[in-house]
Design a protein around this ligand. Structure first.
Ligand code: ZN
Length: 173
């Protein structure tokens, strides 16, 4: 396993990759499992609760996540070729953050419940309903696969402010 570099919005080349649309993978094989292992290690190291493959520069429809709270056993999860099949009309606002937009948080409103299908780490097809933090996180990560960042849901003013804040913090560091 290896920790990969996480692409961030303050770097123009990184941002260009983060804006790209990822593709479905043909199968879950050992190479893909190795990528998912790297992604989880990278995510735990950051630390974060979700990571899309594009955030480490791989344009494939793969997401890893762990929503265990502090003190709980780790609960790593893998989503390959995820598709949202249903979204609730009811919305839910949550203060989101993103490893590609370090140290910036802002409220985004999304459907409070979704149903999704995906392949798991073993390549088995799974159908699942998500609510609360799981719903927020899976929609945030699936946005990444479509080249969309959570700050793209904000007004242009707030989005620009977020990016300049990240840039300033990076220069200071
Ligand atoms: Zn993110």
């Amino acid at each position: 396993m290896a920790i990969r570099r996480i692409l961030t919005v303050d770097n123009a080349a990184d941002l260009a990759v983060l804006k790209q649309v990822s593709k479905d993978v043909p199968a879950v094989d050992d190479a893909l499992r190795a990528l998912m292992d790297d992604m989880l290690e990278t995510m735990y190291d950051a630390p974060g609760i979700g990571l899309a493959a594009v955030q480490v520069g791989e344009l494939v429809n793969v997401i890893v996540m762990d929503l265990a709270r502090e003190g709980e056993e780790p609960a790593p999860r893998h989503f390959v070729n995820p598709k949202i099949t249903w979204s609730s009309d009811e919305l839910f606002a949550y203060e989101e953050g993103c490893l590609s937009v370090p140290d910036y948080y802002d409220a985004v409103e999304r459907p409070s419940k979704v149903k999704l299908t995906y392949l798991n780490y073993q390549g088995e097809a799974v159908e699942e309903e998500a609510e609360e933090l799981f719903a927020v996180c899976i929609q945030h990560e699936m946005d990444h696969l479509a080249g969309v960042l959570f700050i793209d849901h904000l007004s242009r003013l707030r989005r620009d402010r977020a990016i300049s804040k990240v840039k300033k913090a990076r220069r200071a560091a």
